[in-house]
Design a protein around this ligand. Structure first.
Ligand code: GTP
Length: 204
């Protein structure tokens, strides 16, 4: 994963985050990219994906039954649980161009340039396996331990031609929608969505 100093110590990104009033320490302490930096890099990768006809994948990662985990174990254990998720996600993201960022309170997003949906599923399963190995007890979960649901989406440049505004938003929303479906289906699974740059062919 590209957790090297260049991108993550990006001064502009730090300023962006401060302007937006977000918690900058998230990515400084845990090696996550700020939301602003993730968005900027995703926009660059979308342009590159369309120009060179390369696939671009995004996955949104969420802990199953996380609210129940907090109720049973408290906020401090909840935070430790999220750190374990970050660690699992980072261990599965081995390519230099991969980027991991916070998506919402208890969700994370990984952007994977030059990665087909099949590769994204492989990475998602590696994240799940890594967390599974940690065997963090979760008595309120049907699985008895902390598990992950993952929604994956891919921009397929071969299916369309024209880049339009809002591709990044749609890519992330589609991955998040796939995550919601994975959670509704019982959790501990990976669901996918594929879209083209014209966003006329969304498939789940
Ligand atoms: N973005 C990204 N994709 C990965 C990573 N690991 C695996 N993949 C995807 O999963 C596919 C199969 O991965 P592997 O079985 O490890 O095969 P590989 O050809 O050795 O993987 P690479 O050397 O990363 O291309 C790759 O072609 C990628 O699409 C990763 O760390 N980051």
């Amino acid at each position: 994963m590209d957790s090297g100093s260049d991108k993550f110590s990006d001064k502009n990104a730090l300023e962006d985050d401060q302007t937006l009033g977000r918690n900058v320490t998230d990515w400084l302490v845990y090696g996550l990219a700020s939301r602003a930096l993730m968005e900027r890099i995703t926009d660059e990768e979308i342009k590159r994906s369309i120009q060179f006809r390369l696939p671009l994948a995004a996955i949104v990662i969420g802990v199953d039954f996380f609210k129940e985990y907090i109720v049973q174990n408290g906020l401090s254990s909840g935070a430790k649980c999220l750190h374990a998720v970050i660690s699992s996600a980072k261990s599965a993201l081995r390519r230099k161009g991969d980027i991991l960022s916070r998506y919402s309170n208890d969700e994370f997003v990984a952007i994977m340039p030059e990665t087909h949906i099949s590769g994204a599923i492989k990475v998602a399963k590696a994240m799940q396996a890594s967390l599974d190995d940690m065997a963090i007890r979760h008595e309120a979960s049907i699985y008895g331990k902390v598990t992950l649901s993952v929604g994956a989406a891919m921009l397929d440049p071969n299916m369309g031609a024209t880049p339009i505004e809002g591709v990044r938003t749609t890519l992330l929303l589609e991955a998040d929608r796939a995550l919601c479906i994975a959670k509704l289906a019982g959790g501990n699974r990976v669901m996918v969505s594929i879209l083209d740059p014209d966003m006329t062919h969304i498939r789940s």
